[in-house]
Design a protein around this ligand. Structure first.
Ligand SMILES: *Cc1c(COP(=O)(O)O)cnc(C)c1O
Length: 233
């Protein structure tokens, strides 16, 4: 094995081990506090990471990955599907309707459903391909203009639309809090919306705040740089 690959292997394996331990501790704390056991899924965000680091994560047993661009993800993962039957790919970046067909082919979970047009397009495509994927609704908890996601005030109606009209299998909510704000308010808001709509999965928390997210009930965390190191480009 070349030196570079060996280095990546040990760095990524160490990081993954450390993060799994921290997640485990945060799960334990949550259970003590709330009395409910809420196992957390670690989504390793592999966007813009070199191949040796991806291989290292796979060697370390990681099977759940997040990507934010359909085409880039396809290049990285399509050929690995046959090698790892238990691979689970999450789409976590904005989805244009003209990429819906490729997205439904490649991914297992779409975390970014945020408008009726997209919900409808996904619905039609899933029927076409006979692939019923789990979907999460992205909520723009900070109501930031440049960010995707449904506004918090519109979330309840949109969830009803996705379930009853588009017939999507809505199993989660996702948010990306604004960069310079206290995250706890956003995590709490997402949890409130999930609870009143009977939605089980909360995808929130990234490299810098995943432990806090778990303390607010996150059971899916999206972690990139803390596992793989700095991204390319
Ligand atoms: C890139 C990205 C992440 C991972 O960010 P890190 O800070 O590297 O952990 C998580 N969620 C989304 C939506 C992303 O685009």
């Amino acid at each position: 094995m070349p030196d570079k690959a060996l280095k990546a292997l040990s760095a990524v394996a160490n990081n993954l081990g450390a993060i799994r331990t921290k997640i485990f501790e945060a799960e334990q704390a949550y259970q003590m506090e709330s009395g409910t056991d809420r196992p957390v899924t670690l989504v390793a965000v592999s966007k813009r990471q070199p191949d040796d680091r991806i291989e290292a994560a796979l060697s370390a047993g990681q099977r759940v990955f997040g990507e934010n661009r359909v085409q880039e993800a396809s290049g990285r993962w399509a050929h690995r599907r046959d090698l790892y039957a238990d691979l689970k790919l999450h789409l976590i970046g904005p989805l244009q309707t003209n990429k819906v067909s490729d997205a439904v082919t490649l991914f297992d979970i779409i975390e970014v459903v945020d408008r009726p047009k997209l919900a409808k397009a996904l619905s039609v495509e899933m029927i076409c391909q006979n692939r019923q994927l789990e979907c999460y609704i992205q909520v723009n908890t900070g109501e930031e203009e440049q960010k995707s996601g449904i506004a918090p005030d519109d979330a309840d109606d949109f969830i009803v639309y996705c379930r009853d009209e588009a017939k999507l299998k809505i199993t989660g909510l996702m948010c990306i809090p604004p960069v310079d704000e206290e995250v706890s308010m956003h995590f709490a808001l997402l949890k409130t919306i999930a609870e009143r709509n009977n939605i089980f999965t909360l995808s929130m928390g990234m490299s810098d705040d995943f432990e806090e997210a778990v303390s607010f009930g996150a059971n899916s965390v999206r972690i990139g740089s803390a596992i793989f190191g700095k991204r390319e480009g």
